[in-house]
Design a protein around this ligand. Structure first.
Ligand code: HAX
Length: 388
């Protein structure tokens, strides 16, 4: 490259780096800045954090927030799309109960596609968004063997309410669970175009596989421990600390670093301040569970870890990221099994990745869509000679 339109000077040093930072396209739904983190359609996430998932889905698909009438209409539209096709429960009933919930989610999305795709990018994306709360609830019920007396899907409820209604945990405060899940979904819906799951979803869609196959692929990418599964690991990390006494938390953090293990919940590839998504979840936690033992631990961790991590100049952002608090809040509202946490991440991302796929397939290049992805791999001998 190197001409005046160049966005990036590509050299052989960029080979085999996972394409880190190499520009490949444009994104209409979101971007991330070092100071304010992710923005959806121009709005910093801190301004959206307490909005309803339905309104934020509308934003991602329409690039503007709905007014009251649009909001009511869109909720009704989602309700009308929410009914699951026949046959989904039979597939879930056949899955291995010790399979990871992310594998269940991926298969569940494929199943919704096989049984209900209408072969239209936007229709299918919105149908999936409307159906996934029930699918998520059924995944919990079938994986846990709680298949008797599953409540009917109440389509008049908000998206998160349909999940809560389906899992139907006893002795929990459904209103608080709905509040935590609403915030969780909004905070996790989108994160620019270059993260692995989004890239994967768009790459699969570029072959004109339908949106269900594309998003199932995205979920497979998200399931890895270096990507979405970090939020499961983060809560396991918090549980292992076992104290909120500052000196003991500091000793724990130092021991993890000495053992060359990551201090989960801290650091970010782009942000250089605390992630506003962490701040939003801390504010919610202070309201709903200030005395929860794990919440007390992360409150101390948030004070202690940045100071310790700052001692290592290599760590570019020693501050809290989105994963620090989400597991603690989910656990507090009764979602105690951390294995499920990445499925909530996946549920949320279906909206953002879905909207990005619709843009890439139906808007970009004057509606012709992005061509099939075809990056170039250089034969190793050729590459080695080039490096010499
Ligand atoms: N604990 C220990 N080491 C850390 C660290 C942390 N929290 N954050 C960064 N580092 C290390 C990196 O591993 C890297 O070490 P090497 O040079 O030996 O490879 C060095 O500091 C420089 O890293 P960086 O440039 O500051 O950050 P990266 O873009 O490479 O990595 C990560 C960003 C989020 C992956 C990283 O900060 C990390 O591993 N954090 C802990 C795990 C975690 O919380 N993951 C959830 C991420 C949530 C998210 O991003 N959501 O969008």
């Amino acid at each position: 490259m190197g001409d005046e339109d160049s966005l990036f000077d590509l050299t052989t040093a960029h080979l085999n780096t996972g394409m880190r930072g190499v520009p490949v396209g444009t994104c209409r739904t979101s971007y991330v800045t070092p100071t304010e983190g992710v923005h959806y359609c121009g709005y910093p996430i801190a301004e959206l954090a307490m909005m309803s998932p339905e309104d934020v889905v509308f934003l991602l698909f329409n690039k503007e927030l709905p007014d009251i009438q649009q909001s009511v209409k869109f909720r009704k539209e989602l309700q009308s799309r929410g009914q699951l096709p026949e046959g989904v429960e039979e597939v879930l009933a056949s899955l291995p109960k010790d399979g990871h919930p992310m594998d269940w989610l991926s298969i569940g999305i494929h199943t919704l596609g096989m049984l209900g795709s209408v072969d239209d990018w936007k229709e299918d994306a919105l149908n999936l968004i409307a159906r996934i709360p029930r699918l998520m609830g059924l995944i919990f019920r079938y994986r846990e063997g709680r298949v008797e007396n599953i409540p009917e899907d109440n389509l008049s409820l908000p998206l998160v309410g349909r999940f809560t209604n389906t899992v139907d945990f006893k002795d929990i405060d459904k209103a608080v669970m709905n509040r935590v899940l609403s915030t969780y979904l909004v905070l996790h819906m989108d994160h620019g175009g270059g993260n692995l799951s989004t890239f994967t979803g768009k790459a699969v869609a570029s072959s004109h596989a339908n949106i269900y196959s594309s998003l199932a692929g995205a979920m497979n990418a998200l399931s890895g421990p270096l990507h979405g599964r970090a939020n499961q690991s983060c809560f396991e990390f918090v549980k292992n600390i076992g104290t909120s006494v500052p000196s003991e938390v500091e000793a724990f953090v130092r021991a993890e670093l000495s053992a060359r293990r990551p201090v989960f919940g801290f650091g970010h590839a782009v942000l250089r301040t605390e992630d506003p998504r962490a701040a939003a979840q801390f504010a919610l936690g202070e309201e709903i569970c200030p005395e929860d033992e794990y919440f007390k631990t992360i409150r101390t961790l948030r004070e202690v870890a940045p100071r310790v991590l700052s001692e290592n100049p290599k760590i570019r952002n020693p501050n809290a990221n989105v994963d620090i608090a989400s597991g603690t809040l989910l656990n507090f509202v009764g979602l105690e099994d951390a294995e499920y946490y990445t499925t909530f991440f996946g549920w949320a991302r279906v909206a953002g990745i879905g909207a990005q796929i619709v843009d890439e397939r139906t808007i970009m290049r004057d509606g012709r869509g992005i061509p099939i992805y075809r990056p170039k791999y250089i034969a190793e001998s050729q590459s080695l000679r080039h490096v010499e």
